[in-house]
Design a protein around this ligand. Sequence first.
Ligand code: SAM
Length: 236
Amino acid sequence: MRDIWLNPSRTSNWDSDPLSGNPLRGEQVDLLLSLIADHFTPGSTILDIGSGSGLVEEQLFQRVPEASVVGVDYSPAMIAMAVKRLAGREKQFVTVQHDLCNTQAAKLPKRDYRIAFSVQTIHNLQPESQRNVMSWVYKVLANPGFFFFLDRIAVPGADSFSCYQSVWKKQERVYSSSIDEGQSFPEHQQYLDEQGDSPLTLQENLKIIDNAGFQASALDVRGNRALIACVKTKGR
Ligand SMILES: C[S@@+](CC[C@H](N)C(=O)[O-])C[C@H]1O[C@@H](n2cnc3c(N)ncnc32)[C@H](O)[C@@H]1O
């Protein structure tokens, strides 16, 4: 089931409760926003890969009021929510409706992109497309440039599953939330399948980031969620 993001009721349910099942999102998005604010160059443009309903931009404009953002997303339902949420910011935020499975054909406005970021999006793509997105972002970014990548990562195998269960149990206690990722590794895989998710492991992500040309730093990895800084450096 690949296209849950094209379903208007699924998208509005997600938009009204993005923390459910992912209680770390608030903290990790907050760290992402600090990274963006600390690396932002006035006059440059920020690229959001999978800008969705504009939830991250809403917070980003509070943190960096002069920011200019181009978002890429393929879901009309999510884009419509973003337009509504960010009304009044039309000069600062534009969405390019495009399927990330085919980045080669993407037509971005010509801008000076110094920062890109992506939240909970790239794991929706097939691994081959994930690789292509990394290389595409590398090409689009100025040098030096920063790609802050926050996403679900895969449990690497059945024998590691119990470790993730411990992390989720602990998070449920700390955040008073309910994380339902399955009771066993096969159930977990089935859950991912039903969501249309194809997350890569941390190691696989670091490899594709490195292969794209970036220098990778896993800044915040908790359980199966990771915030990775991908830096395009002059030295490579
Ligand atoms: C979980 S939402 C995250 C939205 C936003 N980044 C946020 O964190 O608030 C995932 C987003 O990825 C987008 N997406 C999934 N597959 C895509 C694809 N193939 N091309 C473009 N966008 C895609 C969906 O439309 C959705 O807006």
